[in-house]
Design a protein around this ligand. Structure first.
Ligand SMILES: [Zn+2]
Length: 380
């Protein structure tokens, strides 16, 4: 009897230990992040891989200058105990980034390829080589009743968001025409910096039905479905408590876009990766890759609830010729003399509905538009 009792207690003790060890293990692998999200595993989303079925929502996430080595070095910087959600995306391919007249592209021509499916010339945004305005994926979304959003941690007039929202023969010329063009584009949500450009066009924003906000608090309290948020007059977003972070902006945009029955197109740019590669600042570069990864996590959580969503993560080009060496990463790992763009292929990661369209392929940057267009079931 006594022996049996001992065995019973041993059994209870063993069960307790087992339970505790499971609980701890679970805890260490699934902590919530600073935005309250739990990292998802690949198995958490039921993939639909049937190209005959239409994708309802697309979330396109772009890391400016984020080549394959920028991702690898970020992992070295953040350490083995943390991993990027990017690595959970099992559908991975490569993109050729050259523009029409230059092997090494600039950001405007590269973003034009994604936004319109047409290769254009260096420093041109939303126009072809002859100067004709090109229809963007957002224009097709509007025609098909979908909502659209462009979110960046740079100025909205910066090259990448520019190619999705305006048409310029040269990104640096006629800067005063940019904000009016963007307002007339009717893109439902635009978030970034460059407030003064929009404030100079207050009546036009009113005419086109936009609410305008300049602080995080005002953004989060917005109830409307059509708004522009421009935070500070600088050409890139500052890290300050009165301004939203990139993941917070993406989250707010998603909460508005998901109310559209026909679906949406959300473009999010982590634009400062390029700047920090240009500066040779490995730590800050890694920070901005992690920021992009948080946007991805929010998007993956959305896709889990909405399996007709496709997420694509890519770059416009690589910046700085970053190589992997032995030892601790530092600025000598950037090998491009001027730390400007390089023409190496960049990775494309995808997730969710029909994400296998990108897997194992090396494609031209213009083909990203073609795939999005086809999967959303659009007709020219
Ligand atoms: Zn770029």
């Amino acid at each position: 009897m006594f022996n049996k009792k001992i065995k019973f207690f041993e059994l209870i003790l063993f069960m307790c230990l087992l339970f505790t060890s499971f609980a701890c293990k679970n805890n260490s692998t699934s902590p919530t992040d600073e935005y309250g999200y739990v990292p998802l595993l690949e198995k958490d989303v039921e993939y639909i891989q049937d190209a005959s079925k239409q994708v309802k929502n697309i979330i396109l996430i772009l890391g400016d200058g984020m080549g394959a080595n920028q991702v690898k070095v970020t992992e070295m910087v953040i350490g083995e105990n943390r991993s990027l959600d990017l690595r959970k995306l099992t559908s991975v391919g490569q993109i050729k980034t050259s523009c029409l007249d230059n092997y090494v592209t600039d950001s405007a021509a590269a973003a034009t390829a994604y936004a319109t499916g047409v290769k254009t010339v260096y420093e041109r945004a939303g126009k072809d080589k002859d100067g004709n305005d090109l229809k963007t994926i957002l224009d097709y979304c509007h025609e098909n009743g979908k909502m659209t959003a462009v979110v960046t941690d740079k100025a909205l007039s910066d090259a990448t968001p520019l190619a999705f929202t305006a048409h310029l023969n040269n990104r640096y010329k006629e800067p005063l025409t940019i904000a009016p063009q963007q307002i007339k584009s009717n893109v439902d949500i635009m978030l970034g910096s460059g407030a003064n450009k929009f404030k100079a066009n207050q009546s036009l924003m009113e005419e086109y039905g936009y609410d305008f906000v300049e602080t995080k608090e005002a953004l989060m309290n917005l109830k409307s479905n059509k708004y522009i948020g421009a935070f500070s007059n600088l050409n890139k977003m500052m890290e300050a408590s009165i301004y939203p972070t990139l993941p917070e902006m993406a989250q707010k945009a998603l909460s508005t876009l998901k109310t559209c029955d026909k679906g949406f197109f959300l473009f999010v740019e982590s634009g400062q990766i390029d700047n920090y590669c240009g500066d040779g600042n490995i730590q800050k570069m890694a920070e901005k890759v992690v920021t992009l990864d948080r946007v991805l996590r929010i998007s993956m959580n959305f896709a889990k609830e909405n399996p007709d969503t496709l997420i694509i993560v890519l770059a416009d080009h690589e910046t700085g010729g970053l190589v992997i060496k032995d030892g601790t990463p530092d600025k000598t790992w950037f090998t491009e003399e001027t730390r400007y763009h390089t023409p190496v292929n960049v990775p494309v990661y995808s997730y969710g509905m029909n994400s296998n369209e990108f897997n194992g392929k090396t494609i031209e940057n213009t083909e990203v538009f073609d795939i999005m267009f086809r999967l959303m079931g659009f007709q020219k």
